[in-house]
Design a protein around this ligand. Structure first.
Ligand code: ADP
Length: 432
């Protein structure tokens, strides 16, 4: 692929204050690049230096091998369009007036727009699904629509590159996805090069081919999303504890923020969760957030708890979807239970298919492995085995299982059962 932008060792300052420090990288034609990093790390400043707004005090920005700052501003505008962060438009221009303004770099000083200009503007509105708004005042449409209009104006410039500064940060999630999907379509179908600042790491991961992670005015790392978005990089740059997992649908890295008091660097010991159907997903997330090594089972492959376990890198004993627990998966479950320091029974219904999970917990207690039961609903109301499940369940309590009435008490209880060991965990190893 050909390089469209070459950034060679640039430094940028506001007055005497240096803000960007010797940045060097190249942008390939037709790529979709995200710029990420904490507030104040220099993302917007970098974008300004690429849009010919802030001339670097040192180094060079080459657009198609030519020095960006030696080029005529109108020639740059024919190639590069900019979509700012928030678009406050105070004048009551109509949507089509705003979009046609995008043609100005292509017009002579006093030249009026011609047929071609109107055709390009119309196409830009069609692409952004704003043509039906053409005669509406820009002040009388929603934020999401306005942002699409500004993108239409940028497209009317017929640029080869679009630079965007957090284009969707003020929009709700469905409008964010709508705009980013549009940008990706233009990127893929029209070979438009896109460089965008992102606040949301998961959106950046999902839409970009490559990410520039900024830190203190320098590039901390640059690479594909799974190279840039590692737990170590995020910890180092943002100072935040996160879990990074492969997203089950997109295959891209997915970042999960952990709770403030979680310490993913500490291995706290194994907790085995008996759940199923979706009743255990929140508990699995809670335990992962607190850094526990987790196993779960027996789960029917494909159900919500199983999917959650996969996502969090939890070890599981699996059964074929919809089949009752077989002897094989029961034994696998017992093996996981044998490795655990404590078992948790989530508030699930029992039928003949999953009765063996209760029997497994009975064996856990016989082996002196503590069992905590989360009981949000009485067992009688969720026993579909004609009383067998209730009988085993009550015998668990007689043998010493502790009943908790909600999830909130669980973490405190676990702290008492499993002392924290200072041993580095291997969470990152599961992050493929
Ligand atoms: P980001 O986009 O990552 O939040 P910015 O590029 O906006 O970061 O800012 C980088 C640094 O430059 C910050 O310390 C910020 O305070 C400073 N800065 C940004 N704009 C100006 C400005 N116009 N004048 C002086 N300092 C600025």
């Amino acid at each position: 692929m050909a390089v469209i932008f070459k950034i060679d060792n640039i430094e940028c300052s506001y007055g005497a204050v240096k803000v960007l420090n010797g940045l060097t990288f190249a942008i390939e034609r037709g790529s979709f690049t995200g710029i990420i990093g904490p507030n104040g790390s220099g993302k917007s400043t970098l974008l300004k230096s690429l849009s010919r707004v802030l001339k670097p005090v040192k180094g060079a920005v080459l657009l198609d091998k030519e020095d960006l700052y030696s080029l005529d501003i109108r020639d740059v505008a024919k190639k590069v369009a900019v979509v700012p962060q928030e678009t406050a438009v105070n004048f009551s221009f109509t949507v089509k007036d705003v979009v046609i303004m995008g043609r100005s770099p292509h017009l002579g000083l006093l030249q009026n727009e011609g047929e071609k200009d109107f055709a390009v503007a119309r196409l830009a509105m069609e692409l952004t699904n704003t043509y039906h708004l053409a005669d509406r005042p820009i002040t009388a449409i929603s934020g999401g629509e306005r942002q699409r209009v500004i993108i239409a104006k940028a497209l009317a410039q017929e640029p080869r590159i679009i630079l965007l500064d957090e284009p969707t940060s003020h929009l709700d999630i469905n409008h964010q996805i709508e705009i980013l999907s549009l940008l990706r379509r233009l990127n893929r179908e029209n070979n438009l090069t896109i460089i965008s600042v992102f606040h949301d790491l998961n959106l950046a991961s999902q839409y970009c081919d490559s990410l520039i992670l900024m830190n203190n005015g320098s590039i901390f790392t640059i690479g594909e999303p799974d190279e840039a978005l590692t737990m170590e990089n995020i910890k180092e740059v943002y100072g935040a504890n996160v879990l990074v997992r492969k997203h089950p649908v997109t295959g891209r890295p997915s970042v999960v923020l952990l709770s403030q008091d979680s310490q993913p660097g500490l291995q706290k010991g194994r907790v085995h969760v008996v759940c199923g159907g979706g009743a255990g997903a929140a508990i699995l997330g809670l335990l992962a957030g607190h850094g526990y090594d987790i196993s779960a089972g027996v789960l029917n492959a494909g159900d919500v708890d199983w999917e959650t376990a996969r996502f969090l890198g939890v070890k599981t004993a699996d059964e074929t979807p919809f089949l009752p627990i077989s002897e094989r998966s029961h034994q696998e479950n017992l093996k996981l239970i044998g490795e655990a320091e404590v078992c948790i029974l989530v508030n699930i219904p029992f039928g003949r298919g999953n009765l063996k999970n209760l029997e497994a917990l009975s064996l856990a207690l016989e082996r002196s492995i503590p069992v905590l039961i989360i009981e949000e609903q009485e067992i009688g109301e969720r026993d579909f085995t004609g009383g067998k499940a209730a009988q085993i369940y009550n015998s668990l309590i007689e043998k010493g299982a502790v009943v908790l009435n909600d999830k909130a008490a669980l973490v405190d209880m676990l702290k008492d059962i499993i002392p924290v060991k200072s041993q580095p965990s291997d969470l990152q190893a599961d992050n493929q």
